[in-house]
Ligand binder design. Structure first.
Ligand code: SF4
Length: 292
């Protein structure tokens, strides 16, 4: 897939809605995603965003925002160097992946992190579906000296493979859990996002693995946390239908979700390290104290 360069004048976008309680801005360096034909592409709601997709086939395009570093510096200086400096608490990314496979050669996320070392936000949360974020470990450690940094990696199931016709996962759950381990061992706030919760083989064992690998976990279900009423966004995707066809009906219910949350809370031995949906994503960003 050949990335397309697109101009970008602003990169810090004021946030609201689901993330508005804790974050002031979102950043999306890429538009589109090369992982769109993998498991997460089944439920990815970015595929329904006409502004992002512009009539193209989801999973078949990647736009790269040119000038993002300059835009960040300009906006940062405007927000921070006035007589009344404003908070900058960033969630990156809210729509598309900050570490698509092309990041390995393009290094746009890395360039922005380098700029942030000189212009640190108050908080940076990186949300990725991939273990590639560990390639920027030393940079994240530098940034952590200057601001609150947390790295979220989605691990929505412990199953290495869901039955056909579910597509394969781009990166195995094991590789993502290993990345969380690496981040935690390096002193970073590593957060597993089990979001949206998909069928699990062994909930207790999975919770135990994540308890070792990360400082916190956030669980979410598409009926609660896809940003629409009662999962309308996800209901437009094939996910609910595929789950039912594969006899995973119970995983489409909130009863099952709350049962899994209880398992995690028992294994973690703490409610504070197990966040749920909107409160979990926004926890500790402003007034609440995090427990790491
Ligand atoms: S990695 Fe994220 S943006 Fe890309 S397809 Fe998966 S859910 Fe969508």
């Amino acid at each position: 897939m050949e990335p397309t360069a697109i101009p970008c004048k602003t990169i810090l976008n004021p946030t609201g809605g689901f993330l508005g309680q804790g974050y002031t801005h979102t950043i999306n360096l890429y538009r589109g995603c090369a992982l769109g034909n993998t498991l997460c592409g089944v439920y990815c709601y970015a595929q329904w965003n006409p502004y992002h997709v512009r009539g193209r086939t989801w999973g078949r395009f990647l736009d790269v925002k040119e000038g993002a570093v300059q835009a960040y510096c300009t906006q940062y200086d405007r927000l921070k160097t006035s007589g009344d400096p404003k908070p900058i608490r960033i969630f990156m990314s809210s729509v598309t992946e900050p570490y698509p496979p092309q990041e390995r050669t393009l290094r746009r996320t890395r360039e922005l992190l380098e700029a942030m070392v000189d212009r640190p936000p108050d908080l940076l949360a990186i949300q990725s579906h991939t273990p590639l974020v560990v390639e920027d470990l030393s940079l994240l450690q530098q940034l952590q000296q200057q601001c609150d940094v947390r790295v979220h990696i989605t691990v929505e199931t412990d199953k290495p493979k869901l039955p056909a016709p579910f597509p394969n996962q781009a990166y195995s759950p094991h590789s993502r859990i290993q990345a969380l381990h690496t981040l935690r061992a390096a002193g970073l706030d590593s957060v597993a996002t089990v979001s949206p919760l998909l069928p699990l083989d062994d909930p207790r064992r999975f919770a135990g693995e994540l308890e070792q690998a990360c400082t916190r976990v956030i669980l979410d279900h598409y009926l609660l946390g896809d940003g629409s009423k009662e999962g309308q966004r996800t209901n437009r995707t094939a996910l609910p239908r595929l789950l039912r066809e594969a006899d995973y009906d119970e995983w489409t219910t909130l009863e099952k979700f709350h049962e899994i949350v209880d398992v995690f809370r028992r294994v973690f031995g703490s409610h504070e390290r197990v966040g749920v949906s909107r409160e979990g994503f926004n926890a500790g960003t402003v007034t609440q104290k995090r427990v790491c």
